[in-house]
Design a protein around this ligand. Structure first.
Ligand code: SF4
Length: 768
């Protein structure tokens, strides 16, 4: 039967289509693993080095899975089936392929749900008597961490495969509802703005810009607007949960969000980001039978090295002072006398109805005072604990002065909603009630610390005028939650990344001599028997699989096809750090001098990766002007520029130098000679005082483990591999990775970092 080899193999469709096709054995091996996992309805953790071509390796078997009925017909009678290639090798489909595969109009017509209706979790049997998911119930979701990968999949890879494959399939990009403009809310906002009751004058101009865009936008989503619209305006006009009239809306038939949902329901392949995927899991997990995404039987979780972090971020609570302020100001701003309630009150000159809205304004004022007092109490609680990391270990650390006000506000908003016959106007109040309810739940849950196994903490963030308080919580261990909500529910989960494996010389199941092997002698690709996992593979994946709860899955690691011996030099700086007391300043001066010398060595083309924002700022202060004087285009994340913009500007010169922290260690792609020198300033250990990290360290200790060996070191190694992975993006890239962290020589675990790298040239620079 026609299979992935007929697409990816040396004589396959892609080889026939692309003149510069290169055989990639690792890609075929990965496709075989993905294909087998889907057929056997089991999960797979797969590490595929840079250059393997992992997106095609999972997309092709995934697509063949959802169109298996067509594949069978085609295999039985290839001459009778549609085949897209003409004599010159260009497919008919490719000549006419739309940019985005669209659902069939008939299927879209049959769609009957409204925007506020969740997809219902289907109740039919999801497998037939042979233990196979029927083709009509098959659907694949591909989840990514970064927008750049999402764009690559949806704008390049999927349209290409849609054009060359002799089968028809539909694909859709899923975005959260707040990404779409709501036409009804837009018209309401435009009307209110014209009476001057909603926005300041400068924000009204933003509405005019959006009105012009609406005339000929493609899918009505925010990403089409350049520059990005002001948050105050977008929040007033975007689609909101609980604020949709469904079929009662006069814009229903031309609603962007409804159209997007129709595309989702008919799509066999859906691309999402991790945030939306976890929101979907949360809604599925609440037991009410709803979901954001339609059901799927295969999930490909790409960039899976972020799985634990993203899961923790989305499974916890987050309530910020700014969000409470925002809701109250949106309802009634006493300083400017603008807001939703003012707009509504202005519709009635006198009478009971007007009084209802005036009363609600007074309740908002009361809530504002209560919110100020509540967050001020939390701030004082932090002040009373100088040097604290903000972690909260007891319940009800302050009196809850806010909830009573929010309960009154909810009642007032209900009265407002009940007084309005017009569904259009009423919807805003119903939605605001829902938001107040969510805040009440979050405040009570956080103060009561109601979720077992969660860590609770406070953070301070800089607001426009003052420090703002943020209340947060997160699960200490995401593994049991993911196991229950994901791995035990979805038949096949493929976790793919270039960095999933770790092997530390002290790890529980490793051999005792592992740390003694020089880096260049290590075998780089971990081979596995076709049907059984080797102990080495098990050990290498143990950390990842246990952290995310993927313990019953198969694992496979495939090395990169790049020739790192030719393409990459690892440079280890030695002697930068002087031992002895009070040497911090001098050592930092020596570190920055070395950083400068390595920038000059390659005449730019440098990413310097920091782990500490304060140290990056000091390095920026010490070197920024100097580098600019020497005509190096210099970009530092300390200056607050958006990441994408920094990367774009970096690529414009071969002499660019970029200083970055956290987000630059992963998900940034600069192929070619623009980036030829990655400098690792420090090994990327998580800050042990961060509350979630601290709680995880305690948890490992409680379980009898060694926190450094079992959690901190492997986490740092995975991130180190990501940082180093920024350098070689194509087979013609060459460059060096410089490690300035002295611990690479002084600590035994330094070798664990080196062993995680591919086999490459090594140079040691000794500083005196
Ligand atoms: S149906 Fe109407 S109210 Fe609902 S999201 Fe669409 S435009 Fe907005």
């Amino acid at each position: 039967m026609f299979n992935y080899r007929d697409v990816l193999g040396p004589d396959g469709l892609i080889a026939r289509r692309r003149a510069n096709y290169e055989r990639r054995d690792a890609q075929l091996a990965m496709a075989a693993e993905v294909d087998a996992a889907i057929r056997d309805r089991r999960s797979l953790a797969i590490e595929a080095g840079t250059g393997v071509g992992k997106s095609f390796a999972y997309l092709v078997p995934a697509i063949l899975h959802v169109v298996e009925d067509q594949v069978r017909d085609f295999s039985e009678d290839p001459d009778g089936a549609y085949f897209p290639f003409d004599a010159e090798g260009e497919s008919d489909a490719e000549k006419t392929a739309p940019d985005v595969p669209a659902p069939s109009p008939d299927a879209a017509e049959e769609y009957s749900e409204d925007a506020d209706e969740p997809f219902r979790v289907e109740s039919e049997e999801s497998v037939n008597a042979d233990g196979v998911t029927p083709v009509e119930m098959r659907r694949v979701v591909v989840s990514t961490h970064t927008i750049s990968l999402q764009e690559q999949l949806f704008e390049k890879d999927i349209p290409f495969l849609n054009a060359i494959l002799p089968f028809e399939f539909t694909a859709a990009l899923a975005k959260g509802r707040s990404n779409y403009v709501c036409r009804r809310r837009f018209h309401n906002a435009a009307k209110a703005a014209s009476t001057g009751t909603l926005f300041e004058t400068d924000l009204q101009k933003e509405l005019t810009r959006i009105a012009n865009w609406l005339d000929d936008c493609r899918d009505g989503s925010k990403s089409e607007l350049n520059p990005t619209p002001a948050g105050e305006v977008w929040n007033e006009i975007c689609c909101e949960r609980g604020n949709c009239l469904g079929r009662n809306c006069k814009y229903h038939d031309e609603c962007f969000y409804i159209r997007a949902r129709k595309r989702l329901e008919t799509a066999k392949l859906i691309v999402v980001n991790h945030a939306l995927l976890f929101s979907d899991l949360a809604i599925r997990g609440d037991g009410n039978g709803g979901s954001i995404l339609p059901n799927y039987d295969v999930l490909v979780f790409d960039e899976a090295h972020t799985m634990e972090q993203v899961a923790a971020e989305h499974m916890g609570l987050e309530l910020t002072q700014s969000s409470v302020d925002y809701l109250l100001t949106r309802l009634y701003n006493d300083r400017t006398n603008k807001g939703l309630l003012v707009d509504e009150a202005s519709q009635f000159k006198i009478g009971l109805d007007r009084e209802i809205f005036i009363d609600a304004e007074k309740t908002v004022d009361d809530c504002r005072l209560r919110a100020d007092a509540f967050f001020s109490d939390l701030n004082d609680w932090l002040d009373a604990r100088p040097g604290s990391n903000g972690r909260v270990m007891e319940k009800n650390i302050i009196p809850n002065r806010l909830s009573a006000g929010l309960v009154s506000l909810r009642e007032q908003l209900r009265r407002c909603a009940d007084s309005l016959d017009d569904l259009n106007r009423r919807a805003e109040y119903v939605s605001a009630c829902g938001r107040v309810d969510a805040y009440l739940l979050a405040i009570n849950s956080w103060l009561e610390q109601s979720q077992d196994g969660f860590v609770y903490w406070l953070e301070r963030a800089s607001g426009r005028k003052s420090v703002r308080i943020e209340m947060r919580s997160a699960p200490i261990d995401v593994a049991p939650i993911l196991r229950a909500q994901l791995f035990n529910v979805v038949p096949t989960v493929i976790a793919a990344s270039a960095t999933l494996t770790t092997r530390t010389h002290g790890s529980k199941k490793s051999g005792s001599d592992r740390g003694q092997t020089p880096p260049s002698d290590e075998p780089r690709a971990i081979a596995a028997e076709p049907d059984k996992e080797t102990p080495e593979t098990r050990e290498a994946f143990e950390f990842f699989r246990s952290r995310v709860g993927m313990t019953g899955s198969r694992a496979r690691a495939l090395g990169s096809p790049f020739n790192y011996r030719e393409q990459m030099t690892l440079v280890l700086a030695q002697g930068l750090e002087l031992e002895g007391p009070n040497r911090e300043e001098e050592n930092e001066r020596r570190l920055f001098a070395a950083l400068q010398s390595y920038i000059e060595e390659t005449e730019g083309g440098v990413f310097a990766l920091f782990t500490n924002a304060s140290q990056m700022r000091r390095a920026t202060d010490a070197l920024g002007r100097l580098l600019a004087r020497e005509n190096y285009p210099f970009f530092s994340q300390s200056d607050g520029a958006p990441r994408q913009r920094m990367v774009q500007m970096f690529k414009e010169s071969s002499r660019s130098v970029l200083f970055g922290v956290d987000s630059f260690w992963q998900g940034v792609d600069v192929p070619g000679s623009a980036l030829r020198n990655v400098i690792i300033v420090k090994f990327p250990f998580l800050a042990p005082e961060q509350p979630l990290v601290q709680a995880r360290i305690e948890r490992v200790k409680e379980q009898g483990g060694n926190p450094f060996r079992d959690y901190q070191l492997p986490t740092a190694i995975l991130k180190f591999k990501q940082g180093v992975g920024r350098l070689i993006r194509t087979k013609s890239d060459v460059g060096q990775v410089v490690v300035l962290d002295e611990r690479v020589h002084r600590k035994s675990y330094g070798r664990d970092f080196l062993r995680a790298l591919p086999d490459c040239k090594l140079r040691v620079d000794v500083f005196n």
